[in-house]
Design a protein around this ligand. Structure first.
Ligand code: G6Q
Length: 551
């Protein structure tokens, strides 16, 4: 048995689970009128209501005890202090330093990082202001009308999500586009709307070796040079964010157009760095700094709040409760805010790439479940689609529901309807509909006895489905920063409990190696036989049937 499952708190939780697992939240609410007050926390503009979870006060006490027995406080300090907690890559984990306020200190391996962070922020500021104010000109002297961020994974999903989330703060007459897919359709459709004279590319790749990004960058360069002809013009149209400055230079990026990132920032934690350049251009550096401020405030909360009031810790422990005791396999993220439409995609990577591990920090196979499958969509769309399974299917799917108290455009009717759905769904998930209630409804609807009995089983909802509701005042940059940091720390906390390294990603590295081995085999007509029968069959089918071949 592992060090986790032999902990006293774990064993107590196991016993406690058997006592509580059949209890219905309806009864919990009936028995404890102060349940909402007890199980909710406020932080700045954010309210976390976790009372609609299958927990009692005793459950939470035991979960907090588990975090203590696991040494969470020490791990938090290690991360903020810049210790090499990403042990498989021998790296510090210092994305929090990127948003630390100007007078703060931060270092790793005795090296101060704050000076470099401040320098890159200043560089981002002058670049984004130059583009936004139209001082930055293309090679024909025309201002930039469109920027295209070329990157993938951590170099794409964060900027895509945040740019969409902060749309109300964005400059209107500047197009911000993202190309991530190596499928040529992505870049083709993006470029066909643009003009080389007024387009600026941001090539974002920490390694500057990622095949998808480099192929797209080369296609962009070719498209640009077809019109501009002279490579010297690239300095007005190509900038890069990377830790590999030499490769960027070899690609043709002018040295003054290279924005540094560092090995102590993981890709999926990097939107706070110059990886967020597209966000800064879209919304301006003041708003970008507000986003950093919101994240920094959440960092401070995570670092200093007692566990019982600590939002990321509470969220992490609830996730552990379902994942490891109820044995749920999934977790849903359901925003009721159009601006958060890409938030579930972003969180899917953040969570699944961080905690989708089965070897612990001691190199041993774990004997407990780690990260769940994260999925989600705008809640209002999900209601008309997959909520069916959540209400009446055979699986228990815990969910986070996020919603703004006020929306940007202040069209009262829309927002009231939206919010009525938020409250109605969380209530329905919790309460369900009993046989008596369903029967009464069918009687009121005028069903005769036989029809009523036939339909009744389908109209019953078991309820007892857990949701955590996160209400925030409005989605401004500061709140967005806090929300993202909240999830980052939730994920880190779970990694600590599960004793895994949340900051490496060997599974992603594998994907990067595999395709490059097969690529040369796709040349020419030679029959391939070096793989298993299925892979050989697929490759040979492709080679026989690709354009220009007789089948
Ligand atoms: C993130 C992952 C991965 C990475 C991409 C892009 O944490 O490591 O999603 O961000 O593979 O890598 P580059 O930025 O090096 O191109």
């Amino acid at each position: 048995m592992s060090s986790l499952t032999t902990l006293p708190a774990w064993q107590h939780l196991q016993d406690h689970f058997h006592e509580i697992c059949l209890e219905h939240m309806r009864d919990m609410f009936r028995d404890d009128p102060a349940r909402f007050e007890h199980f909710s926390v406020k932080f700045n503009d954010i309210l976390l209501d976790y009372s609609k979870n299958r927990v009692s006060r005793q459950t939470m006490t035991l979960l907090f005890e588990l975090a203590r027995e696991r040494g969470l406080a020490d791990w938090i300090e290690k991360m903020f202090a810049g210790e090499q907690i990403n042990h498989t890559e021998h790296r510090a984990v210092l994305h929090t330093a990127l948003r630390r306020q100007a007078d703060a200190k931060g270092s790793t391996g005795g090296k101060d990082v704050m000076t470099e962070v401040a320098a890159v922020l200043a560089q981002m500021e002058s670049f984004s202001e130059a583009v936004r104010s139209r001082a930055w000109r293309g090679y024909t002297g025309q201002p930039i009308t469109d920027i295209v961020n070329i990157g993938v994974g951590g170099s794409d999903l964060g900027p895509v999500m945040a740019t969409e989330a902060l749309k109300p703060f964005a400059i209107r007459d500047l197009g911000v586009h993202f190309v991530s897919n190596v499928d040529e359709n992505h870049i083709t459709y993006t470029l066909e709307k643009l003009r080389p004279e007024t387009t600026l590319f941001i090539i974002v790749s920490k390694s500057f070796t990622t095949q998808d990004t480099l192929v797209n960058a080369r296609t962009a360069r070719q498209w640009f040079l077809k019109t501009a002809e002279d490579v010297a013009h690239m300095s007005q149209h190509f900038v890069s964010v990377t830790d590999n400055t030499q490769a960027a230079a070899e690609f043709g990026i002018a040295p003054e157009n290279v924005y540094r990132m560092w090995d102590w920032v993981g890709g999926r934690y990097s939107l706070w760095s110059a990886v967020g350049l597209s966000i800064a251009v879209a919304v301006g550096m003041d708003h970008f700094r507000e986003m950093l401020r919101g994240a920094s405030e959440m960092d401070e909360h995570f670092r200093t709040a007692p566990l019982e009031q600590n939002i990321p810790v509470i969220m992490a422990l609830l996730g552990i409760w379902y994942n490891n005791f109820f044995k749920t396999q999934t977790y849903a993220v359901l925003p009721y805010d159009e601006h958060l439409r890409y938030f579930p995609d972003y969180l899917r990577q953040l969570d699944m790439e961080s905690n989708g591990k089965s070897i612990d920090r001691d190199g041993k196979q774990v004997d407990y479940d780690t990260g769940p499958v994260i999925f989600g969509q705008l809640g209002i769309t999900g209601q008309h689609a997959f909520y069916q399974l959540m209400h009446q299917g055979t699986k228990l799917v815990p969910a986070d529901i996020l919603a703004p108290v006020s929306s940007f455009h202040c069209i009262r009717e829309h927002h009231r309807i939206l919010m009525s759905n938020v409250f109605a769904q969380t209530e329905a998930f919790m309460k369900g509909k009993t046989e008596t209630e369903a029967r009464a409804e069918l009687v009121a609807a005028g069903y005769d006895s036989a029809a009523l009995e036939a339909l009744l089983p389908y109209k019953i909802f078991p309820g007892n489905k857990p949701t955590t509701t996160i209400l925030f005042k409005t989605l401004n940059p500061r709140t967005l920063g806090s929300l993202i940091a909240m999830y980052e720390h939730k994920i880190f906390t779970q990694g600590v409990i599960w004793n895994i390294n949340s900051f490496d990603q060997w599974g992603v590295e594998l994907g990067k190696q595999l395709a490059s081995k097969i690529l040369p085999e796709l040349e020419g007509d030679i029959e391939i036989s070096s793989h298993d029968a299925s892979t050989n069959g697929l490759i040979n089918h492709y080679k026989r049937n690709r354009p220009g071949k007789d089948s």
